[in-house]
Design a protein around this ligand. Structure first.
Ligand code: CUA
Length: 328
């Protein structure tokens, strides 16, 4: 019996933690949405209690009684009818006004001087470009705490939707136009999110992470991303991997700053891939094992992945992984 209850608690999510709960906001955007939700929730509670209370009252008060005879027919009650038309209209006003206010407040216009990030949706990963900082990265978004952020969303293929429940979204990334999200994160931390618009085979695997950092940590991250990764030591496994990478199929899709052959833009920019905590749309930890499996047969790990299976001799695969891990 106990395992059954445990299983039920896990299935229904009673165990926590809740990394993607909109009820634990950590930005002005998500706080506004949460406040709106809470307000509407309590209006719904009031309506529920009144309607169900009246229903119960009528069921009990006017139930059929033995020997009571036929009830007296009624026709219309003008005051009541006006009342139950006006009351819902009033409640709708109380819901509509805060809703409109929230829609405008979260429309996506950050104050001047906000940190700009271009978010590009791809099947099935996220590209982040910081145009004012000269940084391009993937899947893991780094932001400074307490600083207004302006996200400008576009897509390279189909419609996606950017959603980090505790910070902001959902907002669609639509071909041919730029949509916006603006928010200011109020606490440092790691937040997970995901694509919220069905976009093909691996829609559910199009995950993302946001690292909200104190100013100094964010500045250190920026400095690291702007620098070119150190060249592998001569004669090292990573150096062999670098040569294999420059000669292999990888360069058709991936860019690595400092490796002139690698200029592909179809796949994620790998300049600092070794510094990320996850790979493949924030789906797997960035470990030796997963990197090997990912290169060897990406589509088996992530259905539909455009990264093809790259079958290599074992030592070549090890060298390639060593090189990618050196890109910090
Ligand atoms: Cu991208 Cu769903």
């Amino acid at each position: 019996m106990v395992p059954l209850f445990t299983a039920a608690a896990v299935v229904t999510g009673c165990g926590g933690p809740f990394p993607q709960s909109t009820l634990a906001p950590r930005s002005d955007f998500s706080a506004a949405v949460n406040t709106l939700f809470t307000g509407i929730f309590w209006w719904a509670v009031v309506v529920f209690v009144i309607v169900e209370g009246l229903l119960l009252f009528v069921i009990i008060r006017y139930r059929r009684r033995e020997g009571a005879g036929e009830p007296r027919p009624l026709h219309g009650h003008t005051a009541l009818e006006i009342g139950w038309t006006l009351a819902p209209a009033l409640i709708l006003v109380f819901i509509a006004v805060p809703t409109m206010r929230t829609i405008f407040a979260t429309a996506g216009h950050a104050p001047a001087g906000a940190l700009r990030v271009e978010v590009v949706g791809h099947q099935w990963w996220w590209e982040y470009r910081y145009p004012d900082l000269g940084i391009v990265t993937a899947n893991e978004l780094h932001l400074p705490v307490g600083t207004p952020v302006q996200l400008e969303l576009t897509t390279a293929d189909v419609i996606h939707s950017f959603w980090v429940p505790r910070l902001g979204g959902k907002r669609d990334l639509t071909p041919g136009r730029v949509t916006r999200i603006a928010f200011t994160a109020d606490s440092a931390g790691e937040f997970s999110g995901q694509c919220a618009e069905f976009c093909g085979a691996s829609h559910a695997n199009m995950r993302l992470r946001v690292f909200v950092q104190p100013d100094s940590a964010f500045r250190a991250w920026v400095a690291g991303q702007r620098a070119q990764p150190a060249a592998p030591a001569p004669g090292s496994l990573a150096e062999r991997g670098r040569e294999d990478f420059a000669r292999g199929a990888c360069i058709a899709c991936h860019t690595i700053a400092g490796l002139p052959q690698a200029r592909g833009i179809v796949g994620p920019n790998l300049t600092h891939v070794g510094s990320r905590t996850t790979i493949a749309g924030a789906l797997f930890p960035n470990t030796t094992e997963y990197l090997r499996r990912w290169i060897d047969d990406a589509p088996s790990l992530k259905p539909g992945a455009l990264m093809p299976a790259i079958v290599l001799p074992d030592d070549e695969l090890s060298a390639l992984v060593a090189y990618l891990q050196s890109l910090r």
